[in-house]
Design a protein around this ligand. Structure first.
Ligand code: NAP
Length: 209
């Protein structure tokens, strides 16, 4: 698949490298794409501006500070028919009012807000609840040894595609259902940042439901 990485830092950089390794076409974006060239060349990936990367990807990984999401949406548009993997988390200390409003508004989830910013996209929440060093160091495991990656979406087909992308790099998708289930693995939720093996993650889920 063509995968566009928007935000090629801790999360985007590591995931992009893994997906390139298993044969996907990856483009890393930056506001300064020249600076990413050495990393991209080593990974066998391309670099581009944010707009180029949004146009390139059939799947877009969104891994930028949450507070920058509304500006990004203005910049790149609706992402019509693309799969958008939302890995962003709202932290008011870093993300200001954008994050605080979402946290205070109990009628929507953090990922619901992101989805509303890209109304043409098929939003799938994933990779927001795993520490970047765990992505870097524990990929490519098999079976019960795999670390769980929580995933949810209102679009079943898009979710299946993302589950496959999770499996291809040796993590275990933990499917929590529709997009509203983001509440189970957003900051301070029970499954947030637990970095558990899949069996332990399923056990924890059964205890909180
Ligand atoms: N760190 C973790 O373990 C972790 C785990 C799960 C989820 N997350 C979430 O994932 C997101 C990214 O976290 P991270 O730790 O990967 O951050 P990071 O290392 O700081 O990387 C974020 C990247 O976003 C880019 N960026 C910043 N502002 C932007 C804008 N206005 N438009 C386009 N790109 C912009 C920056 O690239 P340039 O400066 O090159 O443009 C930067 O490389 C956050 O929402 C975070 O809460 C983090």
């Amino acid at each position: 698949m063509k995968i566009g990485i928007i935000g090629s830092g801790n999360i985007g950089g590591n995931l992009g490298k893994h997906w390139a390794k298993v044969g996907h076409e990856v483009m890393f974006s930056s506001r300064h794409p020249e600076e990413l060239k050495p990393m991209a060349e080593k990974a066998g990936a391309k670099t581009g501006t944010t707009e180029e990367t949004a146009a390139f990807g059939e799947v877009i990984l969104l891994a930028i500070p949450y507070g920058k999401v509304p500006d990004l949406a203005q910049q790149i548009g609706n992402l019509d028919n693309k799969i958008l993997i939302d890995a962003a988390n709202p932290y008011p200390q870093r993300d200001g009012d954008v994050a605080q409003k979402v946290i205070d508004d109990k009628s929507q989830t953090a990922t619901g807000y992101v989805a509303s910013q890209f109304p043409g996209a098929k939003t799938v929440k994933a990779f927001n609840s795993i520490y970047f060093k765990v992505i870097e160091e524990t990929a490519f495991r098999s079976e019960d040894d795999r670390i769980a990656v929580q995933v949810c979406s209102d679009d079943e087909q898009a979710k299946e595609t993302v589950k496959q992308l999770i499996e291809e790099i040796g993590f275990a998708p933990q499917d929590l259902g529709d997009l509203s289930k983001g509440v189970l693995f957003e900051p301070y939720a029970p499954l947030y940042n637990q970095n558990l093996k899949i069996g332990e993650a399923e056990k924890l889920l059964s205890q909180i439901q």
